[in-house]
Ligand binder design. Structure first.
Ligand code: SF4
Length: 189
């Protein structure tokens, strides 16, 4: 695996130093959900970074939670690392990410690639991932390729820019705005 940038102000470097408890002028932590939000909508990421309460009764959120909690539960165990990321590990050591639908495959894949990157760069173990959509009976093996490492690290830099901004990115209508927990923040007049 190639090293990420060694420029001290690089957000990737900040994240790595924070995760390793090394001296850093400004701690920077990124969760898997933050990566997913970033890929879905940068404005959603900004709201979430301000701890604006998500609507747990939102049908899409409830459905996602129920599928995630029940699928393959007998074959995977949850592992928390540094209090920053929580991953599901299968008996064979692969990291599993379960999503109800493949309609937002890129956000789910970025989240999973970030877990694999974090394991590699912070913990020092290489793992394969599995992206599963049980309601569609689909599973895909995900490996941390050089291209995906670049994707993860560029995304970390973008996440940093979004969450350190004083104001949210402008609302841009997307196909899934209707099911977004922050819909009322964007489109109520
Ligand atoms: S409603 Fe749409 S624009 Fe607003 S945060 Fe959600 S996905 Fe983003």
């Amino acid at each position: 695996m190639t090293d990420s940038s060694s420029v001290p102000d690089d957000p990737v470097e900040k994240l790595l130093r924070s995760a390793r408890d090394e001296a850093v002028d400004e701690e920077f932590h990124v969760t898997g959900v933050m990566m997913q939000y970033y890929e879905v909508c940068e404005r959603e990421l900004w709201f979430a970074s301000r701890y604006l309460e998500i609507d747990r009764d939102n049908a899409a959120v409830v459905r996602g939670t129920q599928v995630d909690e029940s699928a393959y539960e007998e074959k995977r165990r949850n592992v928390s690392i540094d209090g920053t990321i929580a991953i599901d590990v299968l008996d064979d050591g692969r990291v599993m990410e379960v999503k109800p639908s493949s309609s937002l495959v890129d956000p789910a894949k970025l989240q999973l690639c970030y877990y694999l990157w974090y394991l590699d760069r912070v913990v020092g173990v290489e793992r394969e991932g599995v992206l599963a959509h049980p309601t569609e009976r689909k599973r895909e093996t995900v490996e941390l390729t050089e291209k995906r490492i670049e994707w993860v690290e560029e995304s970390i830099r973008d996440v940093y820019d979004v969450v350190t901004s004083d104001s949210p990115p402008p609302a841009e209508e997307k196909p899934f705005c209707d099911s977004c927990a922050y819909h009322d923040f964007c489109w109520s007049c």
